[in-house]
Ligand binder design. Structure first.
Ligand code: TYM
Length: 333
């Protein structure tokens, strides 16, 4: 059986990279399989955070999922900390994860920077919690952006190590990454060689899902480009990271290919293309922001949906945890 699991951290605002690399694909995939979409709030504690901001970000990310088109009745939508199995399985999996595997994780190195000794243990162990998120539901498919590929390989390695250790073939399925669409790695609008990210200091590096029409248009107008006109074929984008990024964003937002975008805009100057891109981005994103606002205006209803999601997730998680506890030799009553 196919079971999809994915999640986003409620740290700062969601941006176009989160939307095109993940959320937009989830909306498509939800029709074909059972799917569980999680707001991974415990992951958001691995960096410095303010409790009140975290609380409001959790609801904001849940609202973004629904506003983008995730159906909270058909799918399971909840926040990670509401299901204790995530933390329980995390511990058990940490006991099966060699330090050498974690030492290879590039995202830890990037996030911890030069201050490795001051980085917290949670940041280092973060990918194990991510593996626990997925394996707790025995998920088979995980739709994510390209930056999560290494974490998913680790989740597969941990699942395999666990299955072998307890001689329980296929207990945890090895989860398949689903890295889909044209925009698997959306880049910064200020530097086409850097990933679009929540942590970039420059607000102009990213488009947030909640930006209004004027802000979106301004950020696209200010986006870095080169002086050449757009090429007519995708090969012409090589060595032009900023141009490639804007064309990729256009293709993903309009559900077409880079080749199709270039056959329409090839030979034109960026000023014309940026205008079309701004119109497209506003048309696609403004309704999401509007719906998010509406959902956030009825907090009781949003909390009711999250609570119901956590109960449904908790049933599956509880079954897995009973099996896991029996397998590893714990006593339960
Ligand atoms: P997070 O919160 O950083 O990002 C959420 C999703 O957005 C994708 N993404 C991007 N895609 C394309 N271009 C970009 N510039 C870009 N930036 C972010 C990410 O790949 C991700 O799919 N570790 C995860 C959260 C997580 C998780 C999980 C995911 C925790 N447990 C279990 C899947 C399954 C993370 O930090 O994503």
């Amino acid at each position: 059986m196919t079971l999809i699991f994915s999640g986003m951290q409620p740290t700062r605002q969601l941006h176009l990279g989160n939307y095109l690399g993940a959320l937009k694909n989830w909306v498509k995939l939800q029709h074909d399989a059972q799917a569980i979409f999680c707001v991974v709030d415990m992951h958001a504690m691995t960096i410095a955070h303010d409790p009140e901001t975290l609380r409001s970000n959790i609801r904001e990310v849940a609202a973004a999922y629904i506003a983008a088109g995730i159906d909270p009745e058909k799918n399971i939508l909840f926040n990670q900390s509401a299901v204790p199995g995530h933390a329980e399985l995390n511990w058990i999996l940490t006991c099966h994860t060699p330090l050498g595997w974690l030492n290879r994780m590039t995202q830890f190195k990037e996030k911890a920077g030069k201050q490795k000794d001051n980085a917290v243990l949670g940041l280092y162990a973060y990918p194990v919690l991510m593996a626990a998120d997925i394996l707790l539901y025995k998920a088979t498919h995980v739709p994510v952006g390209e930056d999560q590929k290494q974490h998913l390989e680790l989740a597969r390695d941990i699942a395999g190590a666990f299955n072998r250790y307890y001689k329980a073939d296929d207990f945890f399925p090895l989860p398949e990454p689903q890295i889909l669409g044209e925009a698997t790695r959306v880049m910064s609008l200020r530097d086409g060689t850097k990933k679009m990210s929540k942590s970039d200091e420059s607000e102009y590096s990213r488009i947030n899902l909640t930006d209004d029409a004027d802000t979106i248009a301004l950020k696209i107008r200010k986006a870095k480009t080169d002086p050449e006109p757009l090429p007519s074929a995708a090969e012409g984008l090589e060595g032009r990271p900023e141009a490639a990024n804007l064309v990729t964003i256009y293709a993903a937002l309009s559900d077409t290919t880079k080749a199709a975008v270039l056959s329409e805009f090839g030979g034109q100057q960026f000023s014309a293309f940026k205008g079309a891109l701004a119109d497209l981005a506003v048309a696609r994103l403004a309704p999401i922001a509007g719906e998010m606002n509406r959902l956030l205006g009825d907090r009781a209803e949003l909390d009711r949906l999250l609570k119901r999601g956590a109960e449904r997730a908790g049933e599956i998680a509880g079954r897995t945890m009973n099996e896991v506890k029996d397998l590893v030799g714990l006593v339960r009553f």
